[in-house]
Design a protein around this ligand. Structure first.
Ligand SMILES: [Zn+2]
Length: 236
């Protein structure tokens, strides 16, 4: 008997699907060179009551300190949005409180990813936003990639820093100062995509900097690139 038995069958089915998705998406982090050893984590929200308050939602996340080769759907951990364990045989990721804070305060977010990917973290170490000097940045991030505050693990401060930085930004990525990137998306897959893209543009803009000063893109062009990519591009 786990606490999950108290939830409706639809919720338990949704948790089972999220376990599969989150397990599979974790494999993308080493595949794209975003993590070493056990660093990094992906989570996904499970909506408990579509008509009710989002505070009752659950999240599925990686267990703490487990290597990527050992990650299976069964190994994933289910928590509520206060970070309490609902189902799982292992302790949740040490970043669970930050993920839970984001889901509690940004109801449109369905997935969160955190890595210490090299180039994005190098910008975070210098607390410098990545300037929007690439059309792919305008497409994906709608502007500069912002820097969040310095925060220590252990309380709400990382989550609060992420939410305060991203709440009024079009960017799905924040570089937490001296730490690394956190990304958000409508689901875990979208947040993983943002984690891959933030590393890619951090690397490209860094290399551009070695050659000289990258040229800015006019705000009106950033706006039209963003609007087109978000609303028109792709398969519909
Ligand atoms: Zn971290």
């Amino acid at each position: 008997m786990t606490a999950l038995d108290e939830y409706a069958p639809e919720v338990r089915d949704a948790v089972a699907r999220a376990r599969e998705q989150v397990s599979r998406l974790h494999a993308e982090l080493p595949r794209w060179g975003l993590v070493v050893w056990t660093a990094g984590n992906v989570s996904q929200r499970v909506v408990v009551d579509p008509a009710g308050p989002s505070e009752r939602d659950l999240l599925v996340i990686k267990p703490s300190g487990v290597t990527y080769d050992e990650l299976t759907p069964e190994a994933m951990v289910v928590c509520d949005l206060e970070g309490n364990l609902v189902e799982g045989t292992r302790a949740p990721s040490s970043d669970t409180a930050a993920h839970a804070y984001v889901y509690s305060h940004l109801p449109h977010v369905g997935g969160v990813v955190h890595t210490h990917s090299t180039y994005a973290t190098a910008w975070a170490a210098r607390a410098e936003p990545v300037p929007c000097v690439l059309t792919m940045m305008a497409d994906e991030f709608g502007g500069d990639i912002p820097v969040g505050p310095f925060a220590l693990i252990g309380d709400d401060s990382i989550g609060r820093g992420i939410v305060e930085t991203l709440r009024d930004s079009r960017s799905p990525a924040v570089l937490m100062r001296n730490h690394g990137p956190f990304t958000i998306g409508k689901d875990a897959k979208a947040a993983v995509k943002a984690a891959v893209m933030v590393e890619e543009v951090a690397r490209t803009v860094h290399i551009s900097r070695q050659l000289g000063e990258p040229l800015p893109i006019a705000q009106s062009d950033v706006d039209s690139l963003y609007a087109r990519y978000q609303n028109v591009y792709g398969q519909h």
